[in-house]
Design a binder for this molecule. Sequence first.
Ligand code: ZN
Length: 283
Amino acid sequence: MSLKLASVQGRAQFVVGTSDNFRVVDVETSSNGILPSDPMACFNVWDALALHAQSLTTTDGVSCSLEQLDSPIPRPRQLFAIGLNYKLHAKEMNSPLPSTPLTFAKFQSSINTPCGDVHLVGDTCDYESELVIVIGSGGQNIGKQSAWQHIAGIAVGQDLSDRTLQYSGVPPQFSLGKSRTGFSPIGPWVADMRDNASRDNLRLTCSINGETRQDTMTNDMIFDISEIVSYLSGICQLFPGDAIFTGTTSGVGHGHKPPLYLRSGDIIETTLEGVGTIRNHCV
Ligand code: ZN
């Protein structure tokens, strides 16, 4: 069974079964203490986890729900994000296509659980469904051809954005407007993609209260997963468990006329093919 790593009550868990009906197997207990209990420590030994996951079956472990899951990457050393990385989104934001990946930071304190509440601030908070890369072995100056060997897997993310804060100055700044508390839900788990031939062309959707607002294939990215990892690693050393939000497609609230910003009570559901769904309630 291919490796999916989740966290429950701060302990690393293998996920078995399907996204709708899954069970979790405690990583440390099931390996007789050989593998770590801290989810962040798992990215250092990703290949050993993948090997152990192959021996698991869908009846192992205990049944679990999305609501019980913690963030699979609670403390990444670095949390990068790429802006304007889908051609259709650059168009709706009236922005020229970037010639290098437009990079900003989302701060660690903004990380939320897969089903965590999102506390809106003001009346211009917005959703951005994104694929999140999670680094495995990391390193520096990683080539495009070998980039996937340095990636543990991918997850679903929401790059929630306070548009007023984002556009309050000239030029606009992204990092703080996208780092309010709880504005970075990631999950439901980190899925290993080594056996997924479609890993660069997955369907990514976002619905608000059941109404589809974003729907794309990830091959509309301007800079693909390998290019982003190669580019960033040429500047910053990448560490196990670092994460990279890779940008959103068209259909964000800010792109509608009039804008469709998030309101208290809204349910944001974000799904990435081959990974799963996260569901966040706005309060
Ligand atoms: Zn974004």
